[in-house]
Design a protein around this ligand. Structure first.
Ligand SMILES: [Zn+2]
Length: 433
């Protein structure tokens, strides 16, 4: 642990600390944020005293990303949630929303410091330690993930940035510089396993002992993770952030049972039922959409921000000694389809299908027939066969049956030849409308 006095602090004590931070943050919002003064006022919460403490947070309204972009004006391109004067802003990131309109994410020096501190705890949870080498494959400099890469320095690692788009250069760096760890998207990690197998490159025998995956869900899916671990001969752990809140907020430890909240103390996590927006208890095994609140942010703090990440929570004690709750990302609420009332995440379809290895490659593509979220069964799913495997009606039927029993959804499984679904050096597309 980078900071045992923080990371192993009993969670109830953390909540006490967070309650104090939250009350200070609320007072700051009422003082500085035009956006939240108006939003909370409309919700009948006219003062910090009326808002109460963390235990009452579910009474406050949620914040949607589109609300933030809607307050942008030529005079204030960041939005009405900006709280700090220009002189205090040291960095401005941008994210491209699904709507295409970028959101600007300003940070003060203190905000940036907290981002890096939280990210460093998240990365260090994987077991990487000072003095080791790590190769990174993100073209992340301009993006929020660039701040997560600063965590590599904080942990005390030797950073070997290689970037995306040149697999030969990456493999050469691994072979010649012998890093103990690599950080990449799960899609790219999977692509490299195939790439190496086709060229008789011994990825399994390489120096890499730990593979840190982030940027999309998947690294925690049992069958998918097993495939990566087999191909790399390395332990695979995942990390996750959300641009509007922090770079790498969550990081999995060596127990591989969900990602700990590395940004504890800086961010408060809640769970809601996405359709009704009702708050859910963060109990062991609970699932729902993750909602995050800044506790110590200055530039543009957010309150009850909807992440659109659908997660499962673990609160059972973890052998690593970290006491924060853990999450596993099931999928993005934005990718979710509703098939006759049942929520279906494409990443969950992939997880079920991947268990049919070695008959299948693990690549899938869900092809909804109707526009929008609501679909009628059967939901068409293309499943790519493994190299050399033949389309077999019994296999298609077995996959269809397993999807029905696990996801409670009727599908139409089309087996497609090896190599026919797109590979990605960044993030996989699992749905094609
Ligand atoms: Zn742990």
């Amino acid at each position: 642990m980078l900071a045992p006095e923080v990371e192993a602090r009993p969670w109830v004590e953390q909540l006490d600390v967070d309650d104090a931070s939250y009350r200070t943050q609320l007072a700051y919002l009422f003082d500085r944020s035009a956006f939240y003064r108006e939003k909370l006022g409309e919700a009948g919460v006219a003062s910090p005293r009326k808002a109460g403490g963390l235990a009452d947070i579910a009474r406050l309204p949620l914040t949607e990303k589109r609300e933030l972009t809607a307050t942008r004006t030529p005079d204030n391109p960041i939005g009405a949630h900006l709280c700090a004067p220009p002189s205090e802003i040291v960095r401005i990131y941008s994210t491209s929303g699904t709507t295409g309109a970028p959101t600007y994410i300003p940070l003060t020096a203190g905000d940036l410091e907290n981002w890096v501190t939280g990210s460093a705890r998240s990365y260090a949870a994987s077991g990487i330690t000072a003095g080791q080498r790590i190769v990174s494959t993100y073209n992340a400099g301009p993006f929020v993930a660039g701040a997560a890469l600063a965590a590599i320095d904080r942990v005390g690692l030797c950073h070997i940035p290689v970037g995306t788009g040149n697999t030969e250069r990456l493999i050469a760096a691994i072979e010649l510089l012998r890093p103990e760890a690599a950080v990449l998207t799960p899609s790219y990690a999977a692509h490299l396993v195939e790439w190496a197998a086709e060229r008789e490159v011994d990825l399994r025998g390489s120096s890499v002992e730990r593979v840190l995956v982030a940027g999309e869900p998947g690294g925690g899916e049992t069958a998918f993770r097993a495939k990566l671990e087999e191909g790399w001969g390395a332990r695979v752990t995942e990390a996750m952030g959300i641009g509007d809140i922090g770079a790498s907020l969550w990081g999995e430890c060596e127990e591989q049972d969900g990602m700990h909240l590395g940004a504890r103390g800086f961010v408060h996590a809640e769970l809601i039922e996405p359709d009704t927006e009702v708050a859910l208890e963060m109990d062991d095994g609970a699932t729902g959409e993750l909602v995050l609140t800044h506790l110590q942010h200055r530039a543009a703090p957010l309150l009850r921000f909807r992440t659109r990440d659908h997660v499962q929570v673990r609160t059972s004690p973890c052998k690593c000694g970290r006491t924060s709750p853990r999450v596993r990302c099931v999928g993005r609420t934005d990718d979710m389809l509703i098939v006759r009332g049942v929520n279906v995440f494409p990443s969950a379809v992939r997880e079920v299908v991947s268990a049919f290895a070695p008959e299948v490659s693990g690549h899938i593509l869900v092809k909804p027939q109707a526009a929008g979220v609501k679909q009628e069964p059967p939901l068409p799913v293309s499943v790519e066969l493994a190299r050399g495997a033949n389309a077999d009606a019994a296999l298609a039927e077995a996959i269809r049956e397993r999807l029905r029993s696990v996801l409670l959804t009727q599908t139409r499984v089309d087996l497609v030849p090896w190599g026919s679904l797109q590979r990605s050096e960044y993030k996989s597309k699992l749905v094609e409308h």
